[in-house]
Design a protein around this ligand. Sequence first.
Ligand code: ADP
Ligand code: ZN
Ligand code: ZN
Length: 815
Amino acid sequence: MSDLLVNIAFPSSALRQLFTYRINPENKLPVLSGQRVVAPLRNTPTIGFVAETGIAAPENIKLKTIIEIIDPEPLIPEDLFRFLIKLSNYYLAPLGKTLSAAIPSEYQIQKHRQIFIIDPRTDSIPKPYLQLFAKISSADSIPLSSLKRQFDKETLVRGIEILKKLNRVNEAPRFSAPQHRPLTQKRILLADNFVATRPDVQNLKKHANRQWEILEFLQTNPAISQQDFNKFSLSAIKTLVKKQLITVNETEISDDVFWKDILLKEKTVLLTDEQNLVTEEIAQHIGLDRFAPYLIQGVTGSGKTEVYLKLIRKTLAMNKSALVLVPEITLTTHLASRFRGEFKDTIAIWHSHLSGTQRNILWKKIRDGLYPIVIGARSAVLLPIQHLGLIIIDEEQDGSFKQRDQEPRYHARDAALMRAVECRAVVVMGSATPSLESLYNAAIGKFQKLELKKRYSEAPSATIEIIDMKAEWKTTGDFENPISRLLNEKIAEKLDRNEQILLLQNRRGYSNVILCPDCGWTPKCRNCDISLTYHKNAATLLCHYCNLVQQPPTVCPNCQSSKFLYPGFGTQRVETCLQEAFPNHKIVRLDVDSTLKRGFSQRVMREFEAGHIDIILGTQMIAKGLDFPNVTLVGVLNADIGLFMPDFRARERVFHLLYQVAGRAGRGKIQGEVFIQSFNPQDITIRFAMQQNIAKFTALELNERNPINYPPFSRLAAILFSGLNEIQVKEAAETCTHYLKQHNKKLEILGPAPAPISRIKNRYRYLSIIKSRKDADSNGTQLRRALKSFLASSVHQSQSRQVRISIDIDPMDLL
Ligand code: ADP
Ligand code: ZN
Ligand code: ZN
């Protein structure tokens, strides 16, 4: 009767193993992998995924029976399921966690505690709980959550406890999927017959400012969405509706709200010879049901997007679907506009600003094959797209492709490669600055590398110059100014000519620290081993790791001095300086803080394109993907940020950042200029970035990494131990490291040592790093075997539960 046994994966980090259950023999339908079920786990009904069917009965073990089968058919399609199993194995993430990461959280069944009456008598119930009992008696059963709304916590907890003891009520879990109402949203649009030049409309400009504001906004934006209504005068809206100049309509919120705010960019494109060669080479492999990985290294502005579009056309023609992974969709509006212009509503966009409901709707539509093209950030690689023929990963070197804080800790590029192997698809990784891993893989023949060496535009590449900030400060004595005289002059010059400017300062906030000039004291986070950042707008100190917010001190707690210095510049401080220097120009800041608001970055992109913004100042989020022909100047205010981080990829990241941001200048007809300010103008990374010399930088970096066994020559695993008690953490780390060293003497193991950030949110952190040379362990099998063996070992089982161990395969940073 083995076909009545199944293995279940539960979505919990603590449960790595699968559990075997019996299926109720009365169940007539087949049970398949990828279905969700409710099964008793340590006597509690728990939701899990069917992972394996047709299991042979283990001996001498009494098996429990599945309580309920939730999905009539598998929620996760078969090929996606097979890929997720591989993903879970590669990243050593529990299968249940991996499967549950692939379904939208809104889709996930919730467990409720349901209270029901077993005996309606009211005698001997203490008075304070009679009302609670009456409420429960009023229905057959009632969810605990609805009681929470009516009774205070203490009455409820104590009451239920007493009622249970008296055998009057009992409780049982219930499972239900969250219900999704189709939501509607109001939008204001210009009337169809609106004419801006009509005299009565022009009149409003002079005499009815509030009405004109609305009309003006609508002439550059497609609509005013409901959440923005309050930015305008309600009575002005009403008057304009009466005058039939605008209309208010109600639309169902669908999955494509993003597109509504995006300009469609249609253009007829004739590929250049070079673009054609690359396209042809790849296109011949599409639709052949064979895995084929390509790396396109194309200088910024060489037209990678156009190549992608052609390849997708071919994919559709072969009746296959395509997936495009991009680092940050809300800033790649140029890319999104081009894709939308080309493919209209056959393309779905999967991005972080979707609401839960939208995600849910979209996920189902994608699974049902309604969209042959999907573009999205990291997690789009887990979408249930059917018949995948092509996966494109744009800016494959980008760090945001790595999921860091949650299992599975996958890299979307590597996950895409695994998925493409599984569904026999073509993979195209594109970048101006490929990661060293990908360059290495191309060198050893794992990927085929193709190059686009020419920029499309007629203008010659931008000129790049380094400005020595040490010398600048020495000469001017003005340490309060982040902008050198030369850069300042250049900004003024471009503004005069109505050209646009991008400025990069890769640090958010105002000043990175507050410093007491008398004793050197600076405020640190009490939970984390890190300085607090001063945010001027809110006049607060913020911890960028745990979000602790604190009022800045008025006197130094150490020496009572009342004067403070604000050394170091964050984007907020630079913004203030810029506004003082160029008061008549529109400057917008783009960083994590300013883009929290939904739709903000899209609006900025649109206004920048329309020429309403002169300068964008931002963190690394502005370095990639922006394609604005009127940008003729790019300034990097401090190229040294990040250069000296304790991480072997620090230089690579700085190089990529500088190279990419320089590529934003001069994409139109006018040649661009780039100025890089640095306190280390002789630094080799900065110099190679200035020369845009990828080959030299790569050679230098590879030479440094090879002898010390860092990627791309090895595979890494970072094991992070964390807990509230430092001694326990250290002990756990030592035990584990000792085990691994004994298990496989060939692995190189560093640590354990306190992590560079040795405490976050009060948890002490120790780090061990395992390196396994690829020439001896090409697939990382030995590395994984050692870790798996440890996880299954009695040494690990008997370790303190107070210490959390998280494993990161191919970590992107070691902090
Ligand atoms: P990359 O992504 O390689 O930096 P893009 O794809 O953004 O470059 O191309 C840069 C600009 O040149 C874009 O505005 C793009 O539309 C334009 N472009 C590239 N190739 C062509 C072509 N063959 N015909 C017309 N425009 C092109
Ligand atoms: Zn903190
Ligand atoms: Zn002091």
